[in-house]
Design a protein around this ligand. Structure first.
Ligand code: ARG
Length: 461
């Protein structure tokens, strides 16, 4: 920071200590927001000119200057000065360097406090626009895989114990449903994020005749913030995004955990494409599902980012406090993490080979048609609790005889209940069990097909 003067140096008689400058500076990370900062400043300058708060020609000079700076940063012609205090100060200083006095008028009727609140909101909204198509693509991929596996019978689990038969399509579509809620949450978050805070000033708004609605419209925000203290000190929208991303990551993590299980020799329900698996440095036979383990691991990171923001905000008196500069790195990290997880998981799922035979084999063990056996009796007039008990005895008999319900002789059935007839074998056939669950939300191919269509329609919207 040697010879350079801070923009606020007027009141100070000494240069800032270089360690304090480094400590205070946010430019190493908020430089990412240069586009948002410039877009916001262009709208602000346009409004200042139109309201006659600054001369029109100065407003025009500012706009052109900012556009040129944006181009130069993008092309690399203008390197961002890491000695600057933050991206806002850097852009303003560069503008003044280029256009002189007009540049010094840009910050009229504005504070960095409402400026950073605006930039944060624009950044979050822009990132939601990038996250939504990724989540949609993942849902689409799940729908595609489900479409191919409408008839792939697999065991459904509770307590990780084989419970009742479902299909792989049905199982995948459960995740599509979770992600559909994530999409709705992202859209909700975006709506609340697009409240335009400029005009809040440092905390108490301004005496200039500004037109907040104009800035709001220019920037495509939905409405203006309603209280200047809240306008500069609200970070709810960011916390909302991070909690939405935490929930999304929790979903990706549960899915990943299942893929890890499915890849194991104990399950072998799927096999990952070689491009999406990794080997071991010592064990030549290994093919590891590292991607999914990393997604599971990185979920903790995103929760941590959310916790950072919640903790950072919880003790802050109104209005702006410098603590809030800490919002950015946590937000960037959570967004980057969610994005990279989605980008990697999508093609992994798309190329994943499903092994229906193994699923079928697993479904054939574990008596997952026992409920259907009890239902068979119930539908023939036996009270459900009695039917339940009889079926339990049949299962015990099968275990004792080392067989399965499908292969137990009819006389064993009839020994326990005269109600059993030859059609019991049809009733407990796994296909019958799945196809019979043809209620909305059920695993029958017809029901899942309708669900896929519904989700696909939602995604097209
Ligand atoms: N770099 C700051 C931040 O990210 C900008 C706001 C600074 N405002 C202030 N009064 N020091 O929060």
């Amino acid at each position: 920071m040697s010879e350079k003067k801070m923009m606020w140096a007027g009141r100070f008689s000494k240069q800032i200590d270089s360690r304090v400058n480094d400590f205070n500076s946010s430019i190493p990370f908020d430089c990412r927001m240069f586009e948002q900062d410039i877009r916001g400043s262009i709208a602000h300058a346009t409004m200042l000119g139109k309201q006659g708060i600054i001369p029109q020609e100065d407003a025009q000079k500012i706009i052109w200057g900012l556009q040129a700076i944006r181009e130069d940063i993008k092309t690399g012609a203008l390197p961002i000065d890491m000695e600057a205090e933050d991206i806002h100060m850097f852009v303003e200083a560069e503008l003044t360097k280029r256009i002189g006095t007009a540049g010094k008028r840009l910050h009229t009727a504005r504070s960095r406090n409402d400026q950073v609140a605006l930039d944060d909101r624009m950044y979050v909204a822009d990132q939601i626009d990038e996250l939504v198509p990724l989540v949609k693509e993942f849902v689409k991929t799940l729908c595609e895989k489900a479409q191919e596996n409408l008839h792939t019978v697999m065991p459904g689990y509770t307590h990780l114990q084989r419970a009742q038969p479902v299909t792989f399509a049905h199982h995948l579509m459960a995740y599509a449903e979770m992600l559909r809620r994530d999409l709705a949450r992202l859209n909700d978050t975006k709506d609340r994020t697009l409240e335009m805070p400029l005009g809040s000033g440092a905390l108490a708004s301004t005496t200039y005749p500004i037109d907040r609605q104009m800035v709001c419209d220019l920037l495509g925000f939905h409405q203006i913030t309603k209280n200047s203290l809240d306008g500069v000190s609200d970070r709810d929208f960011m916390i909302e995004l991070l909690s939405t991303l935490s929930i999304l990551m929790m979903h990706l993590s549960r899915f990943s955990e299942e893929v890890v299980l499915w890849c194991s020799w104990e399950f072998k329900f799927v096999e990952l494409d070689d491009a999406y698996a990794t080997g071991s440095s010592i064990m030549p036979q290994k093919k590891n599902p590292d991607i999914t383990e990393l997604v599971r691991g990185k979920t903790g990171r995103v929760y941590g980012d959310l916790m950072t923001l919640l903790t950072m905000m919880k003790g802050l008196p109104l209005a702006y406090n410098k603590d809030m500069q800490e919002d950015k790195e946590a937000m960037f990290d959570a967004i980057d993490t969610a994005k990279i997880c989605l980008v990697t998981v999508i093609p992994m799922v798309r190329t994943m080979k499903v092994l229906p035979e193994n699923m079928r084999k697993a479904a054939a063990k574990g008596f997952i048609n026992a409920t259907d056996c009890a239902d068979y009796l119930t539908k023939k007039g036996v009270a459900f609790r009695d039917a339940y008990k009889i079926t339990g005895q049949l299962v015990a008999l099968c275990i004792q005889k080392n067989t399965i319900l499908e292969e137990l002789p009819l006389e064993d059935y009839r020994a326990l209940s005269e109600v059993f007839e030859e059609d019991i074998y049809q009733a407990i056939n796994l296909n019958t069990c799945v196809n019979g669950r043809n209620v909305p939300g059920g695993p029958a191919p017809q029901a899942v097909q309708a669900h896929i269509k519904d989700v696909e329609k939602f995604i097209e919207k």
